[in-house]
Design a protein around this ligand. Structure first.
Ligand code: G4P
Length: 529
């Protein structure tokens, strides 16, 4: 019996994230989605725009000043018969590592495109990451209340650049000041747009059928004529929706609307809960884990400090992959081989945290972390499983970190190692001296680290330039050859935050020479936790 409950809980869950280029409208669409999910009383409260909600600590202050969102949060809400988990991803490109890891914890993605601009850089990069697992993608063409590019051209661009077929589910009627609404191809009805109602859930007028004479009266003769012509063209030239292709990540259903005007967002949500996959199984080193298994398992994809400035705690975000979480249950922390009782996991209902008594596959729970949990850690009910595919990326920028007060060395080391564990930054300790080298994927990470070292660990640190071009994790199958490599390359080797051996290359030429000199050693650009 308990398995029936498990199955129905799994079947109703949809766990997704939004990918987009900054300013395409991710925050706005998140607000509207939460409005439909009745998780927000009124749209306009997610970012705390102007409400001062986030002005709680130095680094959050910095985040606010720069108008970026560093924090990844998780929001759960009901929609129709489904329970939706939306994982927010930091939009700024300096935090791409967090974003990439978050994409390993979802089963589908919504791609939001600014219809005046089309496919932009950041979207291309994020789509590449979703292609690693062929994650199913829904597409929302946003900002139809502005003058947009030709919709057929927009879809062609998605197909050409992102290599995914487009199946329009809705089709726009006009845009900008003349935006009239959309034709829902599958429902065969026109849904009429009303401007200025974006903060509410609207009762909208619909006209059933393209040949309905009411259409002329509703949108005018010219638009009615144009729509009928376009629909013939579109249906001939575009792909029909195909569930299998969508689930294989080969085709994306496309919706048109305006997030600001809260128009079209519900069409996308209807598609998400109807078609997007329920929580999927995940691979471990040992075997594939499926969500209908009785025994609990999950992996940590993100660690975050300062969720609640009053508590100054750190939270490890875990995606549940099988079984069920129950308050007070025992879990095995597989890497350190210890069983621990979890009595106070948190869930992330929008805007607030509440205690979760139960959670199922597809859900995210937060574990209070006192320094023992790392990104990539697996928790199970005893079985020695290790989930794979949670990436670490070789940093591309390096600086030596120095203390203003040398007596605070211990604090600095502790702080840096904890920040490294969270994935906020990477730390390298050369074998040949006592330097501490900070490596980052984006330059903003450096500022965040200094601000957090000051506010959380009370150390004043500054950076100095260092001539490091790149770093590679190293490994070798032949232990004798590896030992020899360690001796010969000693001056270029360092330990990262997790004590993994890394080759630090002063120049790219140095790296390729080292690779030629040690052909039996693997130099890795990404490392799976
Ligand atoms: P992001 O999270 O993807 O970075 O985008 P965000 O939602 O913050 O939206 C970026 C800007 O685009 C915001 O304007 C937002 O109001 C606007 N926007 C979002 N959706 C639509 C839409 O459907 N139509 C139009 N016309 N604008 C839209 P802003 O001026 O930067 O911010 P704000 O002052 O309005 O908050």
């Amino acid at each position: 019996m308990s398995n029936d409950i498990q199955l129905s809980e799994v079947n109703k869950r949809r766990t997704f994230a939004i990918i987009s280029h900054p300013d395409a409208g991710k925050t706005t669409i998140t607000e509207k989605v939460l409005l439909f999910g009745q998780a927000l009383q009124k749209a306009g409260t997610v970012k705390g725009r102007g409400s001062g909600q986030h002005a709680k600590s130095d680094w959050m202050e910095m985040e606010k000043e720069r108008g970026i969102s560093v924090t990844t949060s998780v929001m759960q809400f009901p929609y129709n018969d489904a329970l939706v988990n939306l994982l927010d991803t930091p939009g700024h490109e300096d935090f791409s590592e967090d974003t990439y890891r978050t994409l390993t914890a979802v089963d589908s993605c919504l791609m939001v495109i600014d219809s005046a601009k089309g496919v932009e850089d950041r979207t291309i990069k994020l789509m590449e990451v979703t292609r690693l697992r062929d994650t199913p993608i829904l597409t929302f063409m946003n900002k139809l209340d502005r003058d947009i590019r030709d919709p057929i051209e927009l879809m062609d661009e998605v197909e050409d650049v992102l290599k995914i077929a487009c199946a329009p589910i809705t089709w726009p009627i006009g845009s900008g000041k003349l935006f009239k609404g959309v034709y829902h191809i599958l429902r065969d009805e026109v849904i009429l747009y009303q401007s200025g109602q974006g903060h509410t859930i609207q009762e909208l007028r619909t006209v059933k059928g393209l040949d309905n004479p009411e259409l002329e009266e509703a949108i005018g003769e010219d638009f009615a004529e144009q729509l009928r012509e376009e629909m013939e063209l579109v249906q001939g030239a575009s792909h029909p929706f195909d569930l299998e292709m969508f689930l294989a990540g080969e085709l994306t259903p496309v919706y048109f609307g305006t997030a600001l005007g809260n128009f079209g967002v519900d069409h996308m949500l209807d598609g998400l809960v109807e078609w997007a996959p329920k929580p999927q199984g995940r691979a471990t080193e040992e075997r594939d884990v499926t969500p209908d298994e009785d025994k609990f398992s999950g992996f940590v994809f993100k660690i975050q400090a300062n969720m609640d400035p009053k508590h100054r705690d750190r939270i490890a975000f875990m995606r549940i992959c099988s079984g069920k979480y129950q308050k007070g249950m025992k879990m095995r922390h597989v890497r350190i081989g210890k069983d621990i009782s979890i009595s106070d996991a948190v869930t992330f209902m929008a805007g607030d945290r509440s205690h979760a008594d139960e959670a199922y596959p597809g859900d995210i729970i937060g574990l209070h972390n006192h320094g023992t949990i790392q990104i990539g850690d697996t928790f199970s009910q005893g079985e020695a499983l290790r989930f794979t595919g949670i990436p670490n990326f070789a940093p591309e920028m390096f600086r030596r970190i120095q203390l203003k007060d040398p007596l605070k060395m211990k604090h600095l080391q502790k702080g840096l190692l904890q920040l490294a564990e969270e994935g906020a930054v990477q730390v390298f300790r050369p074998l040949r001296n006592n330097d501490l080298i900070v490596g980052a994927v984006g330059v903003l990470q450096f500022d965040v680290v200094v601000a957090r070292l000051k506010s959380e660990y009370k150390v004043d640190a500054i950076y100095e330039p260092i001539s490091v071009a790149t770093a590679r994790w190293v490994a070798g199958d032949d232990s004798k050859k590896f030992e020899e490599f360690k001796k010969k390359a000693h001056d270029n080797l360092a330990l990262d935050g997790g004590d993994n051996l890394t080759y630090i290359a002063p120049t790219m030429v140095n790296l390729s020479l080292a690779q030629e000199r040690f052909p039996d050693i693997k130099f890795m650009k990404t490392r799976e936790h």
